[in-house]
Design a protein around this ligand. Structure first.
Ligand code: MN
Length: 502
């Protein structure tokens, strides 16, 4: 699954006619040099496309209108090489619907002390031109990313890439279809929410399907496809003896493969990028999809268990943002605690559905009873998560708005074997510690389901929250509960006012 293909990001340089055509030519050629070099260095995940230098309200409105209309344009990087009086930008910015990144840079890195004259000063004036631009954006209450630094600095390129990735995830959400198979786990609150408001705010559409819609595809699976997939299982994973050819539980593996092929066919026919299911409403499914869901996540599909469509959509968006980056991204659940005087940890897992992209070593493929759902024993991939920094991300519906909650964590390998726990799992140390992290998370109403990622850090989610216009709460090394409560109260007031027009 790829969401990149023809996507690109536009680079718009602002100026004005005050300085004559020679200066504007230089502005244009500097922009060309910058865009060429950034592209040659593959600074951003999608190519940057240089636009004509804009110098009038009409030109600015035209480029914003064109960006809105171009489905391959995922956002605009704007830079004021010279002064560009910002009242000229009001019309364009008020109609711009694509994400905006304000690159506050300068063509020259350093001041040429011996040669600098007023011509140089008039050309290289982003130091004040970009402040004028920033004012109008703030005056218009426009959320945007601001990146400061010389454009050849790798740290600037890294920030540009991160923001471009978030814009790409956002573009994905604008056309994402989420299949909700079998509705919600009964009586569960946090996985519910306002799907209409979610579509208005985030763009993704959630629609319900019966398991019979998928079973049709499972029944149509051919022996040839089935045998090919069983071979993939045999070579890709450490297969339990009973699942090998002629093993006593081989039929469970065959059924799991059939479910995977059926689900894939259902998702691809419907153009879905994410899905949910629930163990309480499996209909004619003979097993809860375990390895199927795990492998679909590994291929980039979003997933949420028990009908959790918000986590499914976020997982898909974050998979797109993380394209090609080191570290995996998975559906996750805070499962069990380890309270200890040496430090308290969370064991994250799910019944089955954890993505093998976060596995530390080659997963083993096993079949075990599930205990709930009343179906046959499901096949699953079992592994420990890779150690290292990660974040957990939860999107919740507060009734009047959505809230995004992020906790920074450090994953560690379990010190002991877990011979009787046949599920994929990750052990982590929450920042600043479990007591504060969990208290803050619970005060914020964060869900037990999350997207867990080692490919993205909290800054990606900060950019995402700005683009989406949602509340963001980050729980990190600096979190103090008393301050966090104040933040919650302040945000209640802010978002209430925001919804009624500041
Ligand atoms: Mn769950």
């Amino acid at each position: 699954m790829t969401a990149i293909s023809k996507k690109n990001i536009w680079f718009v340089t602002g100026s004005q006619h005050l300085y004559g055509t020679e200066t504007l030519k230089q502005v244009d050629s500097h922009t060309e040099t910058m865009v060429k070099e950034l592209n040659a260095n593959k600074a951003t995940i999608v190519p940057i496309v240089k636009q004509k230098v804009v110098t009038t309200p009409d030109e600015i409105a035209q480029v914003c209108t064109a960006a809105n209309a171009d489905e391959n344009c995922i956002g605009i990087i704007a830079w004021m090489h010279t002064f560009s009086p910002a009242k000229m930008w009001i019309r364009g910015l008020s109609i711009l619907q694509k994400p905006l990144c304000h690159l506050h840079t300068q063509f020259n890195a350093t001041i040429p002390w011996g040669e600098i004259d007023m011509d140089f000063m008039n050309l290289n004036q982003s130091a004040h031109g970009d402040r004028e631009f920033g004012f109008i954006l703030s005056r218009m209450r426009k959320k945007r990313k601001v990146i400061v630094g010389h454009w050849q600095n790798p740290a600037v390129a890294r920030q540009l890439d991160a923001w471009t990735r978030v814009a790409l995830g956002w573009a994905e959400l604008q056309q994402l279809k989420v299949a909700r198979i079998g509705d919600n786990m009964r009586e569960v609150a946090v996985t519910e929410g306002d799907k209409v408001q979610a579509q208005i705010q985030f763009g993704f559409a959630v629609n319900g399907f019966g398991t019979t819609d998928v079973v049709k595809h499972i029944d149509a699976v051919t022996d040839q496809d089935l045998n090919a997939l069983l071979e993939v299982y045999e070579t890709g994973y450490q297969l339990a003896g009973t699942l090998l050819k002629n093993g006593s539980q081989r039929s469970s593996l065959v059924e799991a493969a059939r479910i995977e092929l059926g689900l894939r066919s259902f998702l691809s026919e419907g153009g879905f990028g994410a899905f949910t299911n629930t163990f309480e409403n499996l209909g004619l499914f003979r097993q809860l999809p375990g390895i199927a869901t795990q492998r679909l996540m590994a291929d980039g599909y979003g997933f949420g268990a028990e009908g959790d469509w918000k986590t499914a959509a976020m997982l898909r968006a974050m998979k797109v943002m993380a394209t090609g980056l080191e570290g995996g991204t998975s559906f996750m659940e805070d499962y069990t605690y380890h309270f200890s005087t040496q430090g308290s940890w969370v064991l994250g897992a799910h019944m089955l559905e954890i993505c093998p992209s976060i596995a530390h070593k080659k997963p083993s493929c096993e079949v075990h009873p599930l205990g709930i759902g009343g179906k046959e024993d499901p096949v699953r991939l079992v592994f420990d998560g890779r150690p290292g920094p990660a974040i957990n991300v939860s999107l919740v519906d507060m009734g009047t708005r959505f809230r995004l909650i992020v906790n920074e964590v450090e994953s560690i390998l379990p010190q002991n074997e877990l011979p009787k726990l046949p599920v994929a799992r990750v052990l982590w140390d929450a920042r600043p510690n479990l007591e504060i992290a969990a208290a803050a998370w619970i005060l914020a109403g964060g869900a037990h389901h999350t997207v867990y990622t080692q490919a993205l850090d909290a800054s990606f989610m900060e950019d995402f929250a700005d683009i989406a216009g949602v509340e963001l709460l980050v729980i990190d090394e600096t979190t103090r509960i008393r301050d966090f409560k104040d933040r919650l109260n302040a945000n209640e007031a802010y978002f209430h006012l925001f919804q009624h027009g500041l």
